[in-house]
Every structure is written in C-alpha cells, then in structure tokens.
Ligand binder design. Structure first.
Ligand SMILES: [Zn+2]
Length: 340
C-alpha cells in the first residue's frame, strides 16, 4: 500500500475517532495513537524517505495537510469535552459496590382501597357491580328517583348544571335507574362512583366525592332482607362484634327510609372522639324502594319489592383511616397517599 493511501486512511480514521471520543481519557488515547511520538502519523511520515523525489513532495504536502487537520480535530474534541463533559468527568467514578436505588412501589389511593373493600363484601353476597354516566339527564337524576319538580334539590345551589343541558349527578342513585331500565328483575347491584355537589370546600366538604349505591329487587324482598344484608356487611367491614341500628329517615326514592348507624369501631360503644361520645357512627341511608321509582322504570310495583342504600366513601375512609381533612384525598400529594 502506498504512503498516500496510508495517509488518506489515517486521515479518515483519526478524524472519525476524534469526532466520536466520549471522554477525555479516550481523547488522550486517540491522540497518542494518531498524533503521538510513536503514533501512526509519525510512522507514515517516516516512510516518506523511501519515496522518489516527486512522490515525496506530493506525500509530504499531504502529510502536512493531514497533520494540520488532525491537530485541529483534536483541539475541537478537547473543547467539546471540556464544555460538555468536563463537569461529569470531574466527578468521582461511581462506586459499583453500593446498593442500588430502590424504586418506590405505588399504593392504591385510600378511597380506592375503601371502595374495593366495600364492594368485595357485597360481591360475596351476590351483588354485581354496575356503572353509570357522571353527566346525567333530569329524568335519571331527579324524576325517576321520585324527586318532584318543586323539590329544593333541583335548585341551582344544590346541583351542577352543565352548559348545553345535563347535570353532574348529585348521587349514585342514578345508576339504579339505568340498571332497572336495562335489566329485568331480580337483580342485586352495587354502584361505586363519583358524585358532585356545589358545596363550599372545607375540611369535611368537597365539590366532588364518592358514593356506593346498592339495590336489590325481587318478588318478596322485605325490610328484614335490608337489615340482614347491611348488618352482615357491617360485621364483615368493621369486625364481627359490630352492632347496627336503624333510625327512621326520609329519602324521596325509598319508603320507608332509614339511617343505619354502626357501633363505633374505635371505642366499641364506650364513647370516643370519633363517635362524639355516642358510641355510634352514622354510616348510610337506606330504605325500601318507593313504588313510584319502579313505575318510572316500568317495573310492576305490585309484583316486585326491593331495598336500596347509599353510603359516602370519604366519610368511611376518614373515620377508619384517621384522616381529618377531605381535601387531602384530592391533592395527589404522595407524602399523604404513600401512608396508606
Ligand atoms: Zn367511639
């Protein structure tokens, strides 16, 4: 191979090497290899002596050009590394014997955990999980639930109305209506979901929160089925010794209606701060489905009876997890969420 060929190959190889060196150590290695005292350029130049005069002059000019180019390429690489990488290389070598960095493992949101526990118990009792839209129409949010035209719940101040029609559902009871419109009895469903009310935000109120709705319909369902089912659920949820009591109440879509309390699962009825010394915790609203609701969805109110219930998830989570501000659930602060 001629000296000219050698010089041209060297020119290419060295230029590419200087362009690609990743660090100062590799740059020095390349410098020694190509431009060093016993490097490839010196070796090629040493062979110039062997050449005839004419060739020697030509190869000598090329050798000088290559030397100039490579010196420049070396300096360019040096400048690039000192600008971009010197700080990184100034740092000490990483110690490969140190233990690795653990990836923090995620947790389920505390509200999701409560919803899953509640739903899992009802699933064992034979309930299906149902879902429905968060933007509702007047029929599903009010009319079918036996909430008449003049009812104050229809007031602007108690419901979010969506521009262009529609309502952000103010309770998960709307899902009852969807389920009954789409399935014939008998049925047993629970429907967890988010609901919206224009409440002023404070430690116990937020404009969005979660409920779980339940519905059972069959030919001979009585209030005893309601009490039995919910009492069994409460014992599974809060412990075998949990007691329940039912106080008369009113909801437009159930008749008769009741509030169910459970014996305080912190003090077991002795009285504490959580139960405000009463020994009982208010937990959910329930009742026998009003015949008007069955009529609204086309069920035969003479043939079928049923019970329904609804509970707020945030309140259960706050009480059972010792959380004192509802806003914490919605701030996505990992310092808070990571505790559960
Ligand atoms: Zn208590």
């Amino acid at each position: 191979m001629s000296v000219l060929d050698d010089l041209n190959r060297l020119r290419e190889d060295a230029r590419r090497a200087f362009e690609r060196v990743p660090g100062t150590r590799e740059l020095e290695q390349a410098r020694v290899r190509y431009l060093g005292r016993s490097g490839e350029l010196r070796a090629a130049m040493a062979r110039l002596k062997e050449l005839a005069r004419e060739e020697k002059a030509q190869a000598g000019r090329l050798a000088n050009t290559v030397k100039g180019e490579l010196t420049e390429a070396y300096e360019t690489a040096q400048a690039r590394l000192s600008a971009d990488e010197a700080p990184a290389h100034a740092r000490p070598m990483p110690d490969p014997t140190l233990p690795g960095r653990a990836q923090p493992r995620g947790t389920r949101h505390p509200l999701t955990q409560v919803i899953e526990r509640v739903v899992a118990i009802f699933e064992r009792l034979g309930f299906d999980v149902a879902d429905g839209p968060e933007i509702e129409d007047d029929f599903h949010n009010f009319t079918a639930l036996n909430i008449p035209e003049h009812h104050p719940a229809r007031d602007d101040f108690d419901t979010f109305f969506v521009r262009g029609g529609g309502i952000l559902r103010s309770q998960t009871s709307t899902v009852q209506i969807h389920v009954m419109q789409n399935r014939p009895p008998p049925l047993r469903v629970v429907a967890p979901g988010r609901v919206y009310r224009p409440d002023a935000v404070d430690a116990t109120h937020f404009y969005a929160f979660h409920q779980i709705e339940g519905l059972a319909v069959d030919t001979d369902i009585t209030f005893a089925d309601l009490k039995g089912t919910l009492s069994l659920w409460a014992r599974e949820m809060f412990g075998e010794e949990t007691g329940t009591r039912f106080r008369p109440s009113f909801f437009p879509f159930t008749e008769p209606s009741a509030e169910m309390d459970v014996s305080c699962y912190f003090c077991h009825g002795r009285g504490c701060r959580v139960c405000k010394q009463s020994g009982w915790i208010e937990l959910l609203g329930c009742g026998m489905v009003d015949p008007n609701v069955f009529e609204a969805v086309g069920y035969d109110a003479e043939q079928y009876t049923g019970f329904a219930f609804g509970m707020g998830i945030e309140r259960i989570a706050m009480q059972s997890m010792g959380i004192n501000d509802i806003r914490l659930f919605f701030e996505n602060d990992l310092r808070f969420l990571g505790q559960f």
